[in-house]
Design a binder for this molecule. Structure first.
Ligand code: NAD
Length: 270
């Protein structure tokens, strides 16, 4: 595909938590679709640099920027560096996330706070910064229709309750309403806001759920489509949502879950 034909030519994107898992695949796919990509990482600079090297080696454009998405000053700096490098920011994929699992009686306040800070407050801080920049940057001469798009990496747990993970489920449920409320608030500015809800995707965050045959078999009972998801399954959805192909799509969550959210227990009439 020539540069001109690429879905995200002339777009600059920030992907948070892009040194591993879903974020890495999303950054790679956005770059392959023509976007200049800011690979945000928290602490794994080597993996972020390796990804940037791969993208640039493939004639793409990318830089790596360290920032903690739960830190207000870090998020502002992330957007400053991105704007300086690529002139503008058109796409935010707010992907960073952590899990700190425990039964409620054993969950520390620190583990509650960490998950809310990264998975929910991080969404707010990044989205706020994106909206501020989308509103003021010039649209003239730009082929894209929207003034900017935000994609929040949510989870099937924005709707599926998850015992032993109340901090994570609360943050993802919050992300669902943040996405919808923000989409309503900024639609008149031509800013689109959507979420992706992955099901079980093979990444470091849920390694225990797939790295043994027994665990995988148990997991597959929850997935009607019969296979675990790969980061690339999510990345393809992100490219589409970020592009003008999805220009009339805002305030929604795209479930990429092989049917995990379809109450699989009811397959045999419950
Ligand atoms: P992952 O652990 O590979 O990715 C999470 C990334 O977030 C890491 O790169 C990590 O360094 C980064 N991160 C953590 N804290 C950060 C901070 N304070 N600032 C910046 N970056 C930070 O796991 P993943 O599965 O790729 O997760 C990506 C997103 O997808 C998360 O939001 C997760 O909740 C969501 N998700 C994953 C699955 C799955 O099955 N893997 C399912 C549903 C949702």
């Amino acid at each position: 595909m020539s540069f001109k034909e690429q879905l995200l030519a002339h777009h600059a994107a920030i992907v948070t938590g892009a040194s591993s898992g879903i974020g890495l695949a999303v950054a790679e796919a956005l770059a392959a679709a023509g976007a200049a990509v800011v690979v945000n990482y928290r602490s794994d600079g080597d993996r972020a640099d390796a990804l940037v090297e791969r993208i640039v080696g493939d004639n793409g454009r990318a830089i790596a920027v360290q920032a903690d998405v739960s830190d207000e000053a870090d998020v502002a700096r992330l957007f400053d560096v991105a704007a300086e490098a690529f002139g503008r920011i058109d796409v935010l994929v707010s992907n960073s996330g952590v899990q700190k699992d425990a039964a409620v009686a054993d969950m520390s306040l620190a583990d509650w706070n960490t998950v809310i800070d990264v998975n929910l407050t991080g969404q707010f801080l990044c989205a706020r910064e994106a909206v501020r920049r989308f509103r003021v940057q010039p649209c003239k001469g730009r082929p894209a229709r929207s003034a900017g798009t935000i994609i929040a990496m949510s989870s099937v747990h924005e709707i599926i309750p998850w015992a032993g993970h109340i901090n994570y489920a609360a943050a993802k449920g919050g992300t669902r309403m943040l996405t919808r409320s923000l989409a309503q608030e900024v639609a008149a500015d031509s800013i689109r806001v959507n979420a992706i809800a992955p099901g079980a995707i093979r990444t470091p965050i849920n390694k225990d759920a797939w790295d043994s045959d027994a665990a995988l078999e148990k997991l597959l009972r929850l997935i009607p489509y019969g296979r675990i998801g790969e980061p690339e399954d999510v990345a393809r959805a992100a490219v589409w949502l970020a592009s003008d192909q999805a220009d009339y799509v805002t305030g929604t969550t795209l479930f990429v879950d092989g049917g995990m959210s379809l109450y699989p227990e009811f397959r045999d009439n419950g």
